[in-house]
Design a protein around this ligand. Structure first.
Ligand SMILES: Nc1ncnc2c1ncn2[C@@H]1O[C@H](COP(=O)(O)OP(=O)(O)OP(=O)(O)O)[C@@H](O)[C@H]1O
Ligand SMILES: [Mg+2]
Length: 257
């Protein structure tokens, strides 16, 4: 059984004048336990809408979402969503340590162990020395690391990530991709990752669902048959990598059909 199942999900937004915008149309996908699946699709196609439905933050117009066989009707306790705009997701009034500790407090863990665990995650994400800093004192990439540390501290069974590296510079992005893969390898969390960057999706994932232009439909499901651990230089220059990149690019650019 898949850990996460999305069955024929459709979401239409009703606009002020009575018109409606169809964002996603009959999207179905499955994510197995400990799998890393990415969704790629053009800007504005409905990716965030899909994640918000899975996170139980907005309700779908039709279709259903199951986590471990149970239908999602509100925010599930075993799931965390990392937002596209990380600067909005951290608590401005809490330090780095305070933000990461929140992930543990939310699970009812406030012991001394919790602080040690939070400090360990902070150091794994390369933020040692910044424990007492506040979000506004950090760069964008650093804030996103804090958001990741806080999400992982909670130890969710499902981690949803909405273009988490979209606003950081190219080098930081590669570094964060590797940190994420390392932590995912250790924690074996199930990850559903959204990006419009085809190469990022291939580099990170076990499987990729390619979405069409709005309204989003799944055009193709692709298995990424590349060995792990992955390496920014070696993996990205493999013939298979380039072949997948071309295949997905063609699908997305021809997705008006
Ligand atoms: N709250 C809302 N009310 C009405 N329409 C919305 C709302 N949120 C999104 N939409 C519409 O739904 C469509 C899909 O938006 P969504 O944010 O899901 O796309 P996206 O793929 O995440 O885009 P991006 O790549 O820019 O992040 C857009 O046409 C948008 O205008
Ligand atoms: Mg979005």
């Amino acid at each position: 059984m898949s850990l996460l199942e999305v069955e024929r999900l459709t979401k239409s937004y009703r606009q002020m004048g009575g018109e409606s915008t169809l964002a996603i149309q009959e999207v179905s996908l499955e994510v197995a336990e400990a799998e890393f699946v990415s969704l790629v699709g053009p800007s504005g196609c409905g990716k965030t809408t899909l994640l918000m439905c899975i996170a139980g933050l907005i309700s779908a117009s039709s279709g259903r979402i199951l986590i471990k066989g149970l239908e999602v009707n509100g925010p599930p306790a075993n799931l965390v969503l990392i937002f596209q705009e990380y600067n909005k997701s951290l608590f401005a009034w809490r330090s780095v340590l305070g933000n990461v500790l929140f992930g543990l407090e939310a699970k009812g863990r406030v012991s001394r162990d919790a602080e040690e665990k939070a400090r360990h995650l902070i150091s794994l994400l390369g933020l040692k020395g910044f424990e007492r800093h506040y979000p506004w004192e950090l760069s964008g990439g650093m804030q996103q690391r804090v958001a990741i540390a806080r999400a992982l501290a909670y130890e969710p069974e499902v981690l949803l990530m909405d273009e988490p590296f979209g606003s950081v510079d190219a080098l930081t992005r590669l570094e964060l991709e590797d940190i994420l893969l390392k932590l995912w390898g250790e924690l074996r969390t199930t990850i559903l990752f959204i990006t419009h960057d085809i190469e990022e999706a291939i580099y990170l994932s076990d499987k990729i669902c390619v979405l069409s232009r709005r309204p989003s439909r799944v055009i193709e499901r692709i298995d990424v048959d590349l060995t792990r651990p992955r390496n920014q230089l070696a993996t990205r220059s493999e013939g298979k990598f380039l072949q997948l990149r071309n295949e997905i690019y063609k699908q997305i650019s021809g997705s008006d059909r």
